[in-house]
Design a protein around this ligand. Structure first.
Ligand code: ATP
Ligand code: MG
Length: 441
């Protein structure tokens, strides 16, 4: 992408309405624009990151055996009346009446709808276990939308739903999602801790929230420090095998959100030097809720013994749009965002220090063409602007690598490569730069 042809409306001024760094940086970097309270347009740079995150979530869901589909944003009220949630959900639900006076709602979550889909088609235990998911916009009319995309009213969520014959099987489905989440967040460069959590309006009796530690986080959390350094299961983890040991290794150590925190237990179980009380951002949550929806909605299957039983369910959410903000909270400096490579909007920035200079232009063009051809996502700053301004923009938008091309370096046949995260600079020939980045997977 040539920056001269791109749409990157960076702001010089720090927006005064933004209270936390991720919100400020997303506005300054031209990633989002507020359209109404808690409702954002995703500008091209922000949309790229959102898609990268969505894709990582998708790959890990698929790896864990979940099956992707897509449910609508608008839902009929009838399903929610069946489960009793139409009244229970309260003013957070955006209710809409269509031209035929039918009550509709903009979905805040999809347990009711997926259970309806399930009961329409699945009649036998032989189809289980089943896990269906989608990534779709949700609406919750939050009292206090704030912190940009972190607490929006319209936000993108991945939500998966598992169906099993009994509690033991549902527990295995829960473990698969738990392990998938460990992998998902780690692939985004995040350290998350699963914490015992309250089940809230989703209901049920077993739940973990995946928390990114950050001073600006909205949740108070308490845990054993060793949880920060637990190994993350590799790509070869067997989702058909027994995942209980991986889950137990973590759940054996105290970790709880403030809603369920028990100070006496915390002090009894965790030695003083290992106690951590902090704040964090919830980026995902897993629930086992048993027959909470299957009983009222009569979602039953015939078991091996021919008897009809209500299925045991779980639901598993990831805040895809919230993650964009959470990653920035975890990875930035005074100059701007520092994207972890797997979620970066572009892999490499090429900075032309002297646009209009024939040799410099030619070297940049060659680099841009060859890297792009090799599958590397390049943002080429070909504009006629001061070098200082160009450096500042690239630092602000956080591209992991910057290749600086100028007449002085070219005289020696050299380009400068800067790593955004470490600030380390290297002099490399054009060939060496091509080898380094074109060889990237
Ligand atoms: P919170 O406690 O932050 O209000 P929640 O527990 O109500 O969230 P869930 O129902 O667990 O949310 O939804 C799954 C995920 O969706 C959450 O873990 C979070 O990452 C994300 N999410 C929830 N509400 C919002 C929101 N208002 N804006 C952005 N992301 C959200
Ligand atoms: Mg939650």
């Amino acid at each position: 992408m040539r920056l001269s042809r791109y749409f990157l409306p960076v702001l010089k001024e720090t927006p005064s309405e933004a209270q936390i760094v991720s919100h400020r940086l997303m506005l300054r970097a031209g990633m989002i624009r507020q359209e109404a309270a808690g409702i954002y347009a995703w500008l091209p740079l922000g949309f790229r990151v959102l898609q990268k995150i969505e894709q990582i979530v998708r790959e890990e869901m698929n790896r864990a055996g979940a099956i992707e589909m897509l449910m609508p944003t608008l839902q009929p009220s009838e399903l929610w009346k069946e489960t009793g949630r139409y009244d229970a959900y309260g003013p957070e639900m955006l209710r809409i009446t269509d031209r035929h006076d039918r009550e509709m709602l903009y979905g805040p979550t999809n347990e009711d709808m997926i259970t309806d889909i399930f009961r329409a088609y699945v009649k036998s235990y032989k189809a289980l276990p089943l896990n269906l998911y989608h990534t779709q916009w949700k609406f919750r009319d939050e009292v206090r939308p704030r912190f940009g995309v972190m607490r929006g009213r319209e936000f993108l969520m991945k939500d998966a739903y598992s169906f099993d014959i009994d509690e033991a099987a549902a527990r295995r489905s829960y473990n698969r999602m738990y392990v998938a989440y460990l992998r998902t967040f780690s692939r985004m460069g995040l350290k998350t801790i699963p914490m015992r959590a309250e089940t809230g309006p989703i209901g049920g009796d077993l739940s973990h929230e995946f928390i990114v530690l950050a001073d600006t986080g909205e949740s108070g959390v308490f845990c054993h420090k060793d949880l920060l350094d637990m190994p993350i299961p590799g790509e070869d983890v067997d989702f058909d095998g027994d995942l209980e040991p991986i889950v137990r290794q973590r759940t054996a150590l105290y970790a709880a959100t403030e809603d369920v925190h028990d100070q006496a237990r915390f002090e009894a179980e965790v030695p003083a030097e290992k106690r951590m009380a902090a704040r964090g951002i919830e980026v995902g949550q897993v629930f086992y809720f048993g027959t909470k929806y299957s009983v009222p909605m009569k979602a039953t299957v015939t078991g091996p013994d021919g008897k009809e039983v209500p299925i045991h369910g779980g639901s598993y959410g990831v805040g895809v749009s919230r993650l964009v903000g959470a990653i920035i909270e975890a990875s930035h400096d005074d100059n701007g965002i520092i994207w972890p490579e797997p979620v970066a909007p572009f892999d490499v920035a090429v900075i032309n220090l002297k646009s209009g200079d024939a040799k410099t232009d030619a070297a940049c063009e060659e680099l841009y063409a060859k890297l792009s051809k090799a599958g590397c996502d390049v943002l080429y700053d070909d504009r006629d602007d001061r070098p200082g301004a160009k450096f500042a923009t690239m630092d602000l938008i956080g591209i992991p690598w910057q290749v600086v091309v100028g007449p002085r370096g070219l005289e020696k046949g050299m380009l400068e490569v800067k790593n955004r995260a470490t600030g380390v600079k290297e002099e490399l020939s054009l060939e060496a730069v091509l080898n380094r980045f074109a060889a990237k997977p």
